[in-house]
Design a binder for this molecule. Structure first.
Ligand code: DC
Length: 658
C-alpha cells in the first residue's frame, strides 16, 4: 500500500495563469502517426507523463528513432508503416490510449508482438476491438482471459475491401485504434459502427490527426467511415500539440469557484478552436453560471457575476467523459442538485470511476446517488455539511485532481497524490501556484510560556479558528490511561489517538461525551502527554486531525511543531517563550488561583524536565524554526504579546483582502 499523502488546507480563492501540459490524447496519437509516417516529424509541446512515456518506450522497443530538437520538441523518424523490430513484448502500463491504438496498428505490422499492462489494464475490456480486427484478418489471441489483455498478435494482413463492424458504446478508443490502423493496408476499407458511438469528440480528434498526417477519412454521420485506397501516412513536418483540455478543467473549475471576473484563472495552450472535445467543459461551467471567456490560445474562468452563485446542472456528459468528473466536485458548490448522465464508460476507465467518485464524495459527507450510467450529487447544506476526509485515489490521476477542488469547502487529504503523473506530473505545484489558502498563524513554544492564552486571544481578535494542539496530546494521554493502555505502548496509544471522540466547544472539551477540560490539565496528565508526544505513531495519528482545522477564514495553532511539521507553510510563525523562572512563577500563580497548592521549586523542575523531553525527542522536537519570529514574554503582558502577534500578521491580512 502506498502511504504517501498530501494535505490540502481550505482554499479561499484562486487566480493566476497556468500553461497547460500537452494533451495526452493528442500526444499519444501524434507519436504513433509520426512513427508510422514517411518522413521526419517534429512534435512540439508533447506531453511528458507516464502515459506518453509508455508510448515512447513502446516505440523505442520497436526501434523507431527519435531525437530531441533545440526547440524542446521531439523529432520522430517515421518508418513508413514498417516497424524495424518484428518480434517484441511491450509493456503499456495503464495507458489506454497506447494499448488500444498499438493493438490495432501492430496487428498488421507484420510481426509477432505481446502487449501487456498493469493488473488494472488486464481488467479493462478490449474484446470488441479484437473482434473487429479479426473480421478484417488479424490474428490475435488473449493470453489470460478472453477479451482482455494481455494479447498476442501474430502477423496478418488486412483483407482488401474489408467492411469492419465495431461496437461504439464501450470505448471510442476501439474505433480510434481501428481507424489509425486501416490505412496501413493501402487498400480501401470501411468501418461501420454498431450501436451508439460514445465520446465522439475523441474520434473526431483521431480523424483530425490522421488528416494532418495525410489520410483523409470520409465519414457518413458517426456510423460509416471510409479509408480510401492508396492512403499513406506522411509527415506534416512540424506538429504542435495542443494543451490538454481535460487538465484545463481543474483550473477552469478553480476559477469558477474562487476567482473574480477581474482576476480570473486563465489557462493557455488551448483555445476556442481546439480539436479536443473536453474544451466543451467550459460550456458546462458557463451553463452552471461561471464567467467564461476564450481566445485562440486561452480560456479563462471566474465566478458568476452580479452576486449570483453557481447552479447545479443536469447534463448528458457523453461528449466530455473525462472532464465531467471535475463537474462532480464543482457540484458541491452549486445551488441545487447536479446529475451527470450517460457516463457508463467511467466504469471501465483507470478504475470504476462512478463507484470511486460516489465512495469518496460520501467520505466528505456528500449525498450521492449512483446508477449504472449516472451520478447525482446533492450539494451540502446545514444538515449535511462537508466534512474533512482522507480521499483514496485508486491509482486514477483524475480522481486525485478533481478532488483537490473540494478544498474550496473543507480541508482534505489526498492519498497517493503521485498518481497524477499519468497525465500531469506537476499538477499539485500548479494547483498550489493559483490557490490561495486560508491563512494560518503557527505559535510554538515551551510549556507555560503563555502561548495558549495569547493564541486564543489572537484567534478571537481575528475571528479565526483556534487549535490547542497540546490538548490533543493531553486528551490522548487521558484516554489511554482510562483505557489501561501504557504510555509506552506506541501502537496502542496511536490507535487511541486515531479514534479520539473529541468535541471542542466554547467552554471546554468533551471526550467520549464527558467534560474533561480540567482533567486534562492535571500535572500527571501533563507528564504523560509529554511522554506519548514523543511517539512518532501518535504524532502521525494526530496530524490530519490538526490540519483538518485549517479552514476559512483562518487558523491560529499553538503547540511545539506547528511551524515545523503541522503547518510548515504558515503565513506567520512565532516562537513564544519566557525564561524558566518566569514560567514557573506563572504556573504557580495559576495553580493558586484554582485553589491548588503549589511548590515553586518542584514546579520549575518539572517544567524544565518536560522542556528537555520536548526539545530532545527525535520527532518534531521543540525548537525555533529559522523562519519563526521570537517573542520573549518575560517582560510583556498578555495584551502586549497579543498586540505584537497581530502587528506581525497585519501585512498578511492586507494581502488576503486583495
Ligand atoms: O502545550 P501543552 O502543555 O498543553 O502540551 C502538552 C504536551 O503535548 C507537551 O508536553 C508537549 C506535547 N505537545 C507536542 O508534542 N506537540 C504539540 N504541537 C503540542 C503539544
Amino acid at each position: 500500500m502506498n502511504m504517501t499523502f498530501l494535505d490540502l488546507p481550505q482554499m479561499l480563492a484562486a487566480t493566476g495563469v497556468i500553461t497547460l501540459p500537452g494533451s495526452k490524447s493528442i500526444s499519444n496519437r501524434a507519436l504513433l502517426l509520426a512513427a508510422l509516417a514517411e518522413g521526419e516529424t517534429e512534435l512540439r509541446a508533447l506531453l511528458d507523463s507516464d502515459d506518453t512515456a509508455r508510448m515512447r518506450e513502446a516505440l523505442v522497443v520497436l526501434s523507431v528513432a527519435t531525437a530531441a530538437t533545440d526547440e524542446g520538441g521531439l523529432k520522430v523518424i517515421g518508418c513508413g508503416g514498417q516497424f524495424p523490430v518484428r518480434q517484441a513484448e511491450l509493456f503499456l502500463g495503464n495507458a489506454g490510449t497506447a494499448f488500444r491504438s498499438l493493438t490495432a496498428v501492430l496487428s498488421f505490422a507484420g510481426g509477432e508482438y505481446v502487449l501487456k499492462g498493469v493488473p488494472r489494464m488486464h481488467e479493462r475490456p478490449i474484446g470488441d476491438l479484437v473482434a473487429a480486427l479479426k473480421t478484417c484478418g488479424a490474428n490475435i489471441s488473449s493470453l489470460e482471459k478472453e477479451g482482455f489483455p494481455p494479447l498476442l498478435l501474430r502477423p496478418a494482413v488486412i483483407r482488401p475491401g474489408s467492411v469492419v463492424k465495431i461496437r461504439g458504446d464501450v470505448s471510442s478508443q476501439f474505433l480510434s485504434g481501428l481507424l489509425m490502423a486501416l490505412p496501413l493496408a493501402g487498400v480501401e476499407t470501411t468501418v461501420e459502427v454498431d450501436g451508439e458511438l460514445i465520446s465522439k469528440p475523441y474520434v473526431d480528434m483521431t480523424l483530425n490527426l490522421m488528416a494532418r498526417f495525410g489520410v483523409i477519412v470520409e465519414r457518413d454521420d458517426w456510423r460509416v467511415f471510409a479509408i480510401p485506397a492508396g492512403a499513406r501516412y506522411r509527415s506534416p513536418g512540424v506538429y504542435q500539440v495542443e494543451g490538454d483540455a481535460s487538465s484545463a478543467s481543474y483550473f477552469l473549475a478553480l476559477g469558477a469557484l474562487g476567482a473574480s471576473a477581474e482576476n480570473p484563472v486563465r489557462v493557455t495552450g488551448v483555445g476556442k478552436n481546439a480539436i479536443q472535445g473536453d474544451v466543451r467543459f467550459a460550456d458546462a461551467l458557463a451553463a452552471m453560471g461561471a464567467t467564461i471567456e476564450a481566445g485562440e490560445d486561452w480560456i479563462s474562468a471566474a465566478r458568476p457575476t452580479n452576486g449570483k452563485t453557481l447552479k447545479g446542472i443536469h447534463l448528458d456528459c457523453n461528449h466530455i467523459p473525462d472532464a465531467a468528473m471535475t463537474l462532480a466536485v464543482v457540484a458541491l458548490f452549486a445551488q441545487g442538485e447536479t446529475t451527470l448522465a450517460n457516463i457508463a464508460s467511467w466504469r471501465v476507465k483507470e478504475t470504476d470511476r462512478i463507484a470511486a467518485m460516489a465512495t469518496e464524495l460520501r467520505k466528505l459527507n456528500v449525498r450521492v446517488e449512483e446508477g449504472a450510467d449516472f451520478l447525482k450529487i446533492v450539494p451540502p447544506d446545514a444538515t449535511h455539511p462537508l466534512q474533512p476526509a482522507a480521499i483514496d485515489t485508486y491509482d486514477d490521476h483524475r480522481v486525485a485532481m478533481c478532488f483537490s477542488l473540494a478544498a474550496f469547502g473543507v480541508p482534505l487529504r489526498i492519498n497517493d497524490p503521485g498518481c497524477v503523473a499519468k497525465t500531469f506530473p506537476d499538477y499539485f505545484d500548479c494547483f498550489g501556484a493559483i490557490a490561495r489558502h486560508a491563512p494560518v498563524i503557527a505559535i510554538d513554544g515551551p510549556t507555560a510560556s503563555g502561548k495558549g492564552t495569547v493564541s486564543a486571544r489572537v484567534a478571537a481578535a481575528l475571528g479565526f479558528h483556534y487549535l490547542d494542539s497540546g490538548a490533543l496530546y493531553r486528551l490522548t494521554a487521558l484516554a489511554a490511561r482510562e483505557a489501561g493502555v501504557d504510555w509506552a505502548d506506541e501502537p496502542g496509544v496511536a490507535a487511541i489517538a486515531t479514534s479520539l471522540d473529541v468535541i471542542f466547544h466554547a467552554d471546554g472539551v468533551r471526550l467520549n461525551g464527558r467534560e474533561v477540560g480540567e482533567a486534562i490539565r492535571h500535572e500527571e496528565i501533563s507528564s504523560w502527554a509529554s511522554k506519548i508526544a514523543a511517539l512518532p505513531a501518535v504524532r502521525e495519528a494526530l496530524l490530519f486531525r490538526q490540519r483538518a482545522l485549517h479552514r476559512a477564514p483562518g487558523l491560529v495553532g499553538d503547540g511545539r511543531d506547528m511551524g515545523s511539521v503541522v503547518f510548515p507553510s504558515a503565513s506567520l510563525k512565532v516562537f513564544l517563550t519566557a525564561s524558566p523562572a518566569v514560567r514557573a512563577e506563572r504556573r504557580v500563580k495559576q495553580l493558586l488561583e484554582r485553589g491548588e497548592t503549589a511548590n515553586l521549586d518542584s514546579i520549575r523542575a518539572d517544567l524544565e524536565a518536560r522542556d528537555t523531553r520536548d526539545r530532545a525527542r527525535p520527532v518534531a522536537p521543540l525548537k525555533q524554526e529559522a523562519d519563526a519570529r521570537l517573542l520573549d514574554t518575560d517582560h510583556l503582558s498578555i495584551d502586549e504579546a497579543v498586540a505584537k502577534v497581530l502587528e506581525w500578521f497585519a501585512p498578511f491580512m492586507a494581502d488576503n483582502s486583495k
